[in-house]
Ligand binder design. Structure first.
Ligand code: ATP
Ligand code: MG
Length: 180
């Protein structure tokens, strides 16, 4: 499974519909400060189910919608689609290609789609559960996170490694079992 393409429209600095194609292997995105590199990773995190506006550097969720610039009026709709290769059926859905879309209007209406079929946020979260790609996983490490990993106490840092290694869910289950 790999990310083939991302389509961004009206999300943060991407006012115009922008399609970014990725190939298998390593991709680097370079550009001046403020040109929108982090906004791309936030768009990915948003589609994967991020529900905290703060984690997307905003106050409320509609802050992700293009807010206008000196030459352009604000927009009322943000839409992001991820297209993933699923030839090997890594995601538990019987399609060789999977598209996942999230849409939000300024009035707060949200819509979610898997392969263009309307679905719930929960269906998207479930699709990526155990794939290592969910919004809580360490497949996306933001600028701030790098610092917090360096500066954290050894016990907290250990927690990060445990989560990345998949140990944390067993620890949580053990704790739950002991409480019974
Ligand atoms: P750096 O190299 O400093 O990390 P970057 O390439 O990661 O920069 P981003 O943080 O992705 O840059 O982009 C920041 C830009 O996005 C700012 O110019 C900001 O004004 C713009 N931006 C953020 N949210 C919105 C929004 N809702 N509407 C319009 N522009 C936005
Ligand atoms: Mg950045």
């Amino acid at each position: 499974m790999y990310l083939k393409r991302i389509e961004i429209a009206g999300f943060k600095s991407f006012a115009d519909r922008t399609i970014i194609e990725f190939n298998q292997g390593l991709t680097a995105v370079v550009g001046p400060n403020g040109s929108g590199k982090s906004n791309i990773t936030e768009a990915i995190r948003w589609v994967l189910g991020e529900q905290s506006a703060k984690n997307l550097r905003g106050g409320t969720m509609p802050d992700v919608i293009f807010a206008g610039s000196s030459s352009r009026a604000p927009l009322n709709l943000a839409e992001v689609t991820l297209v993933l290769d699923n030839e090997e059926r890594f995601l538990p859905i019987d399609f060789s290609e999977v598209s996942v879309t999230r849409r939000l209007t300024r009035s707060g209406d949200s819509d979610f789609f898997i392969n263009k079929q309307s679905c719930r946020l929960k269906d998207i979260v479930n699709l990526f559960m155990d794939s290592g790609l969910g919004k809580e996983s360490f497949s996306i490490i933001s600028q701030g996170k790098v610092e917090s990993i360096f500066n954290s106490k050894p016990e907290d840092r250990r927690g990060i490694f445990e989560e990345a290694a998949g140990v944390l869910k067993y620890k949580t289950r053990k704790k739950e079992a002991e409480r019974r």
